[in-house]
Design a binder for this molecule. Structure first.
Ligand SMILES: [Zn+2]
Length: 418
């Protein structure tokens, strides 16, 4: 080590000497041309050092990478100190593949200054590195204003709404408002128009926007106009109502049997008593004696009515929106395929047909083709608006309706910071 240093020092000394000599020579040469009498040596100032540039390096986290392995690859030690510093805001051991860690450093230095990680769209964790790392949370500041937003569906609702500044969660909220009237997967047509009156939160730094509360929505689709006004009742219950004050939610009955008890619950990993192996139970069983009347829990159209393998005598009913219900092991079927049924209508009776150990109703609830637990699905219980609420509701409605109708560009009615 010492020898290397010695050699390095000698080489350096030699270089300096050569440099001095060359400067002298040049100076001599210059002085001899400019002035033969002067012997002043002029040494030119070295060129100014370039300003250091702050680099920002994005590291995309790959599957299986941990904070430790990533930091190692950047020659940053003290992983535990960094994790500890960040702990109050975010657990850095839970970084997600696909996201990025951003490192900063000056181009002329070896050590990194900071690392940051976007926790979500609006919150960024920043850790200042160094001997004792310190962390802070950079949170976006939003300014709220009341706006109208028009979405014209020309490609997909997803694309067109995203273009208008809606986030995935906002689009889901929008779809939920009309879930009882329109199946967005199947029934939303090209050319449909949404008009929203909503709070919009715009990032103070001019960055992203996000939708706050939605107050009213109008949807024009397939020649029909759907209007939904958000209203909070005096008792705090809130919901969506049509312009006339009718609840837009169309409740399902809680159960297809009037008096019933659940004998087998919804279970994705149930041990099947007949098959004697693990088989998901994608419905609920209601114990009842043979011949007990079965009601459809909602209005709809019969899509299937007949024998179907282990289901025995089986009925499928397609309800408005993304909802489908199915009824199995029936003794008698009392509807036909294609028939319209009203909520609560008797569609058959309890039996034990198909793969069944005794009389019971096996009942399934599907949302967008996926089985869900009928006892846990968010079955709405909203009643139509009571008479005592109507005056207040109409006042709210009349505040929003003109904005929905005119479809003006954003109107700023109130501004305050959150
Ligand atoms: Zn069952």
């Amino acid at each position: 080590m010492n020898r290397i240093r010695l050699i390095f020092a000698s080489v350096l000394a030699l270089c300096v000497m050569v440099l001095i000599i060359s400067i002298k020579d040049r100076a001599n040469a210059r002085s001899s041309t400019s002035s033969a009498t002067s012997h002043t040596v002029v040494v030119e100032a070295p060129p100014p050092e370039p300003e250091p540039v702050l680099l920002s390096i994005d590291h995309k986290i790959k599957k299986g990478q941990t904070l430790g392995t990533i930091l190692q690859s950047y020659k940053i030690s003290n992983t535990s100190g960094i994790v500890t510093a960040a702990q109050a805001y975010f657990d850095l051991t839970k970084i997600q593949a696909g996201k990025s860690l951003t490192f900063t450093k000056f181009d002329n230095e070896v050590d990194y200054l900071s690392l940051s990680y976007a926790i979500d769209e609006d919150r960024k964790l920043v850790v200042e590195l160094g001997e004792t790392p310190t962390a802070r949370l950079d949170e976006a500041v939003f300014v709220k204003s009341l706006v109208t937003i028009q979405i014209h569906v020309t490609r997909t609702l997803w694309q067109d709404a995203t273009e208008e500044g809606l986030r995935p969660g906002d689009i889901a909220r929008l779809a939920n408002i009309f879930q009882w009237e329109v199946d967005f997967a199947r029934e939303l047509q090209h050319g449909a128009r949404f008009m929203l009156v909503a709070d919009q939160h715009v990032r103070e730094d001019g960055g992203s926007k996000k939708l706050g509360d939605i107050h009213a929505v109008k949807l024009e689709n397939a020649g029909k106009t759907h209007t939904a006004i958000h209203y909070v009742q005096k008792n705090g219950e809130e919901g969506w109502f049509s312009a006339e004050g009718a609840a837009s939610k169309r409740p399902f009955l809680r159960s297809p049997l009037k008096f019933s008890r659940v004998t087998s619950r919804f279970n994705r990993k149930r041990y099947h008593p007949v098959l004697k192996k693990t088989r998901p139970h994608l419905g609920v069983d209601y114990g009842a004696s043979r011949g007990t009347p079965i009601r459809t829990i909602g209005a709809g159209v019969v899509k299937f009515a007949g024998r179907k393998g282990g289901y025995g005598n089986f009925i499928t009913i397609d309800h408005s929106g993304p909802y489908v219900t199915q009824y199995a092991h029936l003794h008698k079927i009392k509807v036909r395929k294609g028939q319209r049924v009203k909520q609560g209508q008797i569609i058959g009776t309890v039996g034990s047909t198909g793969m069944s150990t005794g009389p019971h109703l096996h009942f399934e609830f599907l949302v967008r083709g996926r089985h869900v637990d009928p006892t846990k699905v968010d079955v709405p219980t909203v009643e139509p608006l009571p008479k005592s609420e109507r005056t207040a509701f109409f006042a709210v409605r009349d505040q929003w309706l003109p904005m929905l109708e005119q479809g003006k560009d954003p109107v700023v009615a109130e501004v305050d910071t959150e």
